[in-house]
Design a binder for this molecule. Structure first.
Ligand code: PAF
Length: 298
């Protein structure tokens, strides 16, 4: 694995590989790797000749009161972990390399960026869309891997690629969870002991909602209420939102329609840590197929 800090070097390497008729994969990250990131790298490694991972804590996607300064970092550990996964290029640009002067150009993806996390983080997806556009421009035609844990981000990136005709294939990879169901996230590092326990409420709320649908409930507000009640019962948790929306455009739904992919998505504050999670699901022939594991009772 080579670690590169400069855009021109990454571009040259990727171009050379493509000229030789080989394929390129990109895994965009902000580092502090956990099993979720490593799964993205492994999935990319299994399908492509060159795997490039970008590690850049992008300042433009953090709001002024958010956790940019505190965002966990472990450059040495990340380098070892990426090398272990057989990554070819680790791209670690500085802020100056990515933003040599304040940009006059930014990318806005409307509608799908407005609801859910967009309500409390109005500038977040603009920052994500802009930096992802820059990464696509740097790496060039490739397959890009994103985790489904950030489902709204995945939808934003898919729309960006479709609307602007990027020569990029976007692949969403299922969320990796801790044994008690907590979705892996770099921000889990902020949780202190009793908060870590309370944080399982996100998975419990999603599981209970899926359970209710499996029992035949098709009214989205009643499904939502199951999750709301569970979170209200956890004293350390503060609900930001729970929504049931269509998976492709994040439009809210009243009734769950057969054959349509939906997502139930939520954001919850546990102490001062904001956590998100979701489950995609489809109702087919009366059964609910959800991308959410069932845990064995402890
Ligand atoms: O999901 C992330 O880690 C970031 O939002 C991304 C896609 C790397 C853009 O900075």
């Amino acid at each position: 694995m080579i670690t590169l800090e400069h855009i021109a070097a990454v571009r040259a390497q990727c171009d050379e590989v493509r000229r030789a008729g080989k394929t390129v994969a990109l895994v965009p990250t902000m580092g502090f790797f956990h099993e979720g990131h490593l799964t993205l790298m492994r999935t990319a490694r299994a399908a492509h000749d060159l795997v490039a991972v970008s590690l850049f804590v992008n300042p433009t996607q953090f709001g002024p009161t958010e956790d940019l300064a505190a965002y966990p970092r472990d450059p040495e550990g990340d380098t070892r972990a990426a090398a272990n996964e057989g990554v070819d290029i680790l791209f670690v640009p500085s802020v100056v390399e990515m933003y040599p002067r304040p940009g006059l150009t930014s990318v806005t993806v409307s509608e799908v960026a407005k609801g859910l996390c967009g309500i409390s983080r109005p500038h977040h997806f603009g920052g994500v869309a802009t930096v992802v556009t820059k990464l696509f421009s740097i790496v060039g035609p490739c397959t890009a891997y994103f985790g489904k844990k950030d489902f709204q981000q995945l939808v934003v990136v898919r729309r960006l690629v479709e609307d602007l005709n990027f020569p990029i294939e976007v692949v969403g990879v299922s969320t990796i969870r801790e044994p008690d169901g907590l979705a892996m996230s770099s921000r889990n590092a902020y949780l202190v002991r009793n908060e870590r326990q309370a944080a399982t409420v996100l998975f419990r709320a999603l599981s209970a909602a899926v359970e209710r649908m499996s029992g035949g409930e098709r009214d989205a507000s009643r499904v939502r209420a199951v999750a709301v009640d569970l979170i209200a019962a956890e004293p350390m948790a503060n609900l930001e939102y729970v929504e049931v929306v269509r998976a492709d455009d994040l439009a809210p739904v009243d009734q769950l329609a057969e054959g349509v992919e939906h997502v139930i998505a939520l954001a919850v504050r546990v102490g001062t840590t904001r956590l998100i999670d979701n489950a995609t699901f489809t109702v087919a022939a009366g059964a609910v197929n959800a991308d959410l594991p069932r845990l064995d009772p402890l």
